[in-house]
Structures are given as structure tokens and as C-alpha cells.
Design a protein around this ligand. Sequence first.
Ligand code: PHE
Length: 470
Amino acid sequence: MTDKRRSIHGSWSSRLAFVLAATGSAVGLGNIWKFPYITGEHGGGAFVIVYLVCIAIIGIPIMMAEVMLGRRGRQSPINTMLTLAREAGADARWSWLGWSGVAAGFLILSYYSVIAGWALAYVFRAMSGTFSGATAEGVSSVFEQLTGDPERLLAWHTIFMVMTMMVVARGVRGGLEQAVRFLVPALFVLLLLLDGYAMASGAFDQGLKFLFTPDFTRIDANGVLIAMGHAFFTLSLGMGAIMVYGSYLPERASIAKTSIIIAVLDTVVALLAGMAIFPIVFANGLEPGAGPGLIFQTLPIAFGHMTGGLVFGTLFFVLLVFAAWTSSISLIEPAVAWLVENRGVTRVHASMYAGITAWAFGLLSILSFNRWADFKPLSFIPIFADATVFKLLDYLTANIMLPLGGLCIAIFSVWVMKRDDSLQELDIGDGAGYRLWYTLVRYVTPVAVIIVFLNVTGLVDFSGLLGLAE
Ligand code: PHE
């Protein structure tokens, strides 16, 4: 019965197409913009280790679970969860998991598009030679001018959101597959080039040391949660993006292999970005904990001084925009698929409704960088003392909603769904591989997520045990 289920939205043309699309979703601002700046804010090496461990023992297994649920349900995450819950004789409220994913997708896209707007703005700055010979101060003032002006931010945010709606409106195969095919390799080449520059910049060793020498006294419980949340964020997990992409996956494709490939590519891109950025930070006496502006205040210095920097700089920001673009479309795909299934609207209309909703929320983030820069709504909670609305949105989605979504996905896949069904859908035989997955999803993910949550809320304190900072 379940083998016959088909998606009404079409399907990827091949397994490769799925790998490309899912890699496109995973590789984005999370790798190049967010990973370096949160690593810088949380002391480097120890944060990186926690993040890598989370990718390996939580990220990959949850990715497999999401793809599996999606392919079995073949609908938007909301309806997939409903169908699979019925099939397992479980409560229909499992579909709430789909709803919370849709909500997370809107909230993430709302600020994601604002940051992608910065990248768009930088394409033109790089192209017009703004960075030639620039100093650290010069580059910082370019950044401050941009983020200090809400109207400019709004314009770029709007352009990016329209770009997103356009691709989503065209559907599963249109354009997207091609874009990623070229994007990922090109991004690799450019990052390698930047790493080459960083190597020559004089502080490569210091940068590597910062990234790869763990000092657990420099990370606290909140830092551990942020590293774990980032593992979900960077792999697009916990909100249904990968589930909905899985629902377009052809029958005979190995879920395990593809998940590992995607996670490895994603991680390599993040590490390459970190290896390019931190040497530049140290060589120029900048602050690793500078925050969300980090890459926009460091990489232009490199472009301003290397031969061919004008071309490479422009190309880099173009690629960054593309990377963000192939991610942003996956953020609203769950909502769009649901609108098409349940409200009978066309994809074009569904994309418009979803895009406009996320666009409107984006205003909150835009203002956070200027007019509301001093508005810290939750400053009475110590970890949010300095958090603007933008920071809070990011925290709520990446560090709370996605891990919670992941936790529910884990529980559903191995506690609610029948073992035979996951065994059949994953199709790797009942050997060591399947058992490892089963154990990780059944015990390790839930326990890890719950411990990290409890630790941050202060209900339980393991910090001393792990030698973390208080
Ligand atoms: N993984 C994307 C990135 O790293 C962001 C994203 C999160 C996309 C969640 C989809 C779902 O940029």
C-alpha cells in the first residue's frame, strides 16, 4: 500500500538531484555567515568539537529519520505526520510537529532573508571596488552604514524574498536542480582560494589553533545548546525542510548514504569558511566575537588586498547569495506544499502567501539592527541580557524549536512507528548500520537534547562534570 503513495507535487529527476537539492538546503548562510560568528562568540575549539559531535551522533541519524518519514508519507510534513500517525495507530496530534516546523520556517526565513539581503548589497559593493585597499575600519564603516539604514535593508530583503518566491512558485524541478549543480563546486573553489589567502596572511596558525584547539573552560551550558542548535540549523533539520524534500525522493535511493554525503559536504564548507575567516580576524587585530557582522567585516579586507580581489569578491558574494537562495526556498516549501494540498491553491499563489508572511516578519529583524538596536525585550534573563529581537528570533528557532522538532522526529521514528516500517523504508537491511541508527535515534538523540535543555534552564547542572565554564 504505502509503496504506491506518490507526491502530488512531482519528484526529483534522480537521486543526484535530491542530493543536490538537500545539499543546497543545508549549505547556506548557516555555514558561511553563522558558523564562524557563533564559533567566535563561544571561544572557538571546544564549541567546534561539540558541534561536530552533534552532527555525527544527532544530525546524521535525524536527517535519515526525516528523509525516511518524508518518503514514506509523500506529502507536506503536516499531512505526512498525520498519515504516518494513523498508520501507526497513534494520535493525530503528531501533525502538530508539522505545524511547528511551518512556524519555525517562517520565523527563520524572516531573518534569513534580511542577512541574505546584506550579501546581495555586498555583491554591488564588491563589484564597484568599494573594498580595494580597504582597512579594517573602512570595511566596518561600510557594514555599519548598510545595517544602520532600515530602508536600504528593507529594499534588499524585499528583493531576496521575491527571488525566493519566484523559485518556489516554479516547483520541484524548475531551475533549482541546475543552480545547485554549479553552486556547490564553485563555492568550494572560492573558499579554497580564500583559505589560500588566509594561509598567506600571517595568522593562519593562530586561526587554526582558535578553531581546533578545544578549551572547555571557554564554553558554558548555553554555548553547548547553541552548538547543538546549530547542528540542526546547518543541516536544515527539525522543521520539515528535509522531510518535504524526502517526500520528492525516488523510491530506490539510499537514505543512509545520501544523508552522510550531505552532512559531510555541509561540514566541510563550514570548516573551510572558518579557516578562511579566523586567520584574517587575527591578522588584522579584529575581534572573533564581533557577532553577526563578522564575515562582512573580515572577508572584504582579504578581497581588498589580493590580486583579482574585485572579481573574486564579487563572485564570492554572488555565491553566498545563491547558497542562501537554495536554502531559503526549502524554508517555506513545507508551508507551500501544505497550502497546495489542503487549500487547493496553485503553487504560485501559495508561494506568494508564504513569502509575504515571512517578509512581514522580517521587519522585526531589520529594525533590530538600527532603530531597535537597544531594545532588549528579555534582558531580565541573564543569557538574553544583550539580545535584540533578531537574536531572540534566532535563538528561539535554532536553539529551541529545531532541537524540539528533532526530538519529536526521533521519538516518532523509533518509539511510535513500527520497527518493520522504518526497516523497510531505510532499506539497509537489519545489520549493524540499521541498529546503530536505531540506537542513536532511540536513546542518544532524545537523551542528549533533554540533557542540554535541562542544563541551560539550570534545572540540572552537568557543567562541572564536563569541565565547562559556569
Ligand atoms: N541549513 C540552512 C543554512 O545552513 C538554513 C536552514 C535551516 C534551511 C532550516 C532550512 C531549514 O543556511
